[in-house]
Structures are given as C-alpha cells and as structure tokens.
Design a protein around this ligand. Structure first.
Ligand code: AMP
Length: 366
C-alpha cells in the first residue's frame, strides 16, 4: 500500500463539478487538492487548495503541477492520454493511463467487455461511408452510429432507422471534414429496445479490494442523464450480475479508483454493456446523501491508500439533475428537508448545462 497522510496533496486533472465534489471529499479527510484544467473560476477551482489554469497539453504546467502533488487522478475522461502518461512519469497517477485509454475509445471498450465475457449490443467498427453500408448488412437497423472517441451526452451520435439513413448519419457525424487515416472513426451498434438503463459504480483499492454501489436506474432526457433512482426496478439476480460485471471490469483493468459501468437491461433481463468511465460518474451522485460513504470519498480513499468502506445505503433516493435555467426554480427543493441540493458554482445557466443536482430521500424500502 502506498498510503499518503492527511495534509498531503491530491492532484486532479479537470476542474468541473466532479473535481469540485472530489476536492470537498478530500478536504473532509484532511487532504489538500490542486486542480489543473483550462477553465478559470471553474467549479473545482472555487473549492481547491490550489489551482493551475492551463491546457492539458501544457507540459511546463504539468511538470510544475506534478512537483506539488503526492498523487494525481482525473475527473475528466477525455483528458489527453499523453498528459496523463507524462504526469505518470513524474508522480503516481491513479487510475492508470491504461484504464483511461480503454475508456476513451468505444472500439477498445467493446473489445474489453468481450474479453471479460460481458455482452454488448452487436456492433461494427466503421471508418468510411462504404464501411457503414457494409456494416449495416451485419448490424441491422434500427442502429446508432457513434464516434469512437470524444462523444458525450449524445454528442457525436446519429440514429439510423433504415439503411437509407446511412448517408445523412455519416454526413451528420463527419461534417465535411476529412477523416484522419489512422484509428477507427465510429462504431455502428444495434439500437437496443431496453427495459431500463442502469449503472454500477465500483471502487477498487490499492489492495485489490472491490466494493460496489448498488445499481442505479438511469433515465436520460435530451441525451443527458435526468434522474438516477435507487433501488433500481430490477430483479436481485440482475443486480448481482451487473455488480459482478463492474467488479470483473475493475479487476481486469487493475484499476485503483472508480469505474462506472453503464448497461442496458433488455426485456428478457439480459445485460448489455454500453460504456464505462474510470472516474466519478453523474449516476453515482445519489450516494452522497443515501449512503454512509459516497463515490467521491471512495475515490479519495483509493488514491490515498486508505481502506474502502462498505457503501451501504440507508434510504431510497432519486437524484435529479438541475440543468440550465432550472437552477432558478429550485426554491421548493431548498425548503424540503428530504431534498439535498448540490450546486456547482456555475454562474452562466446556459440551456443544457449541468448546474447542480438534488438527491431526494425517502425511507428505505428495499
Ligand atoms: P452513450 O453516449 O453511449 O452513453 O449514449 C447516451 C444515451 O443514448 C444512452 O444512455 C441511451 O439512452 C441512448 N443510447 C445509446 N446507445 C444506444 C443503443 N445502442 N440503443 C438504445 N439507446 C442507446
């Protein structure tokens, strides 16, 4: 175990709301935080002990940053791999850049799921309109075309109802930009007629111990997470299978930190893995108020070499995201003792921007 003591500094690449909540959890356990990211007056900068405002590929800034931290992690999955690898040459980074590499590319992610015997929707790699037309013969529409890298919250995705939509979908994703010759640009996957979507957040410590939060049932609106509800309306056997997948994934990646695995539950109860993220996840925010420990504290414990806690749940909970101008209409939550409001310190309530979330607790039923 490589334990760091309270008073030591945890470096965080990325300075959004996940970083903010990670800083708060670290502070509670006596650690300092130093955040690095491109945005000034960011959600994380407002609460961190130290902040560097710099581009992720600013090697000078990364070197200076690394000399001030005892261990580093990341809260943003699309942080350039080269930045994390550079940092890893100067300080300890957890999780490793190898876990990040798999999660940054949908083709690697899907192959990884196959390697641990976790099912995904049928899919094909696609690098040209010709390949898309061929892929549509194997992955029958309706289907979803997704960029292999850098997609989030539904960006970089197009739905194809029939093969005739191929040209428009390809055009929509690529624009008129020429593709880079190396790497896979997109994946075509079957559209899943799912009963519900769930996710499991696994925490894995330096000693290899894995503890998982219960599966949450996730509902999306406008391609963005709207609510996470726990307990999820799934059978105990499905919950156990989902937890087992997240555990196997964290172990196979030899990950120290958090791994969020998103899955579809099909009408016959089958689990199909969609994607995963080696960081705190929006669908785990419910743990902040419904459990004895939350995802942020577990990550701090993992990177600092402290024991992980049993993340037992003491209440039923619905986590609701507060998006854009909704932040101006939260008065009823602020006067409800069952509603735990978390705001991210963002001033510009642009439509579609995550401004905060609220965890609404109810007595535990299951
Ligand atoms: P993703 O960026 O892959 O997480 O996709 C965002 C959301 O789009 C998912 O949470 C689903 O609600 C929906 N979605 C993505 N892929 C599929 C699929 N193959 N079938 C049905 N819905 C999907």
């Amino acid at each position: 175990m490589n334990r760091i003591s309270p008073g030591a500094t945890i470096g965080i690449l990325g300075n959004g709301q996940l970083g903010r909540m990670l800083c708060l959890a670290a502070a509670r356990l006596g650690y300092r935080t130093h955040v690095l990211g491109p945005e000034a007056d960011s959600p994380a900068e407002q609460v961190a002990a130290a902040s560097t405002v710099a581009a992720y590929d600013d090697l000078g800034a990364l070197a200076a940053f690394s000399s001030t931290v005892d261990v580093a992690t990341f809260e943003f999955e699309n942080v350039p791999l080269a930045a994390v690898a550079y940092l890893a040459a100067h300080t300890q980074v957890r999780p490793s850049w190898r876990a990040l590499e798999v999660c940054q590319d949908r083709t690697q992610e899907k192959r990884f799921f196959a390697s641990i015997d976790a099912a995904t929707a049928p899919w094909q790699p696609v690098n040209s309109i010709g390949e898309l037309e061929t892929a549509l013969k194997k992955v029958k529409p309706p289907a979803v075309l997704k960029t292999a890298r850098l997609g989030y919250d539904g960006k970089g995705q197009a739905k194809l109802l029939t093969a005739a939509d191929a040209q428009a979908a390809w055009q929509g994703l690529t624009g008129s930009k020429p593709l880079k010759p190396n790497g896979i640009f997109a994946v075509l996957e079957s559209f899943v007629d799912f009963r519900c979507e769930i996710s499991v957040i696994a925490a894995r410590g330096q000693d290899g111990q894995v503890v998982c939060f219960e599966p949450s049932e996730n509902v999306h609106a406008n391609h963005m997470l709207a609510t996470s509800t726990v307990p999820a309306r799934i059978e105990a056997a499905t919950a156990a299978a989902a937890t087992d997948i997240a555990t196997r994934a964290a172990e196979a990646l030899d990950l120290v930190g958090l791994l969020a695995v998103e899955m579809f539950v099909t009408s016959n109860g089958e689990l199909l893995c969609n994607e995963m993220a080696p960081r705190p996840h929006n669908s785990g925010h419910w743990s902040q108020d419904a459990c004895g420990t939350d995802q942020f504290e577990q990550l701090v414990r993992a990177v600092a070499g402290l024991p992980l806690l049993d993340p037992r749940r003491h209440a039923d909970v619905v986590m609701r995201n507060i998006v854009g101008p909704e932040v101006n209409e939260i008065g009823h939550f602020l006067s409800d003792p069952a509603a735990h409001v978390h705001l991210y310190g963002k001033t510009d309530a642009r439509p579609g921007r995550k401004m905060g979330h609220v965890n609404i607790l109810r007595p535990k039923t299951g």
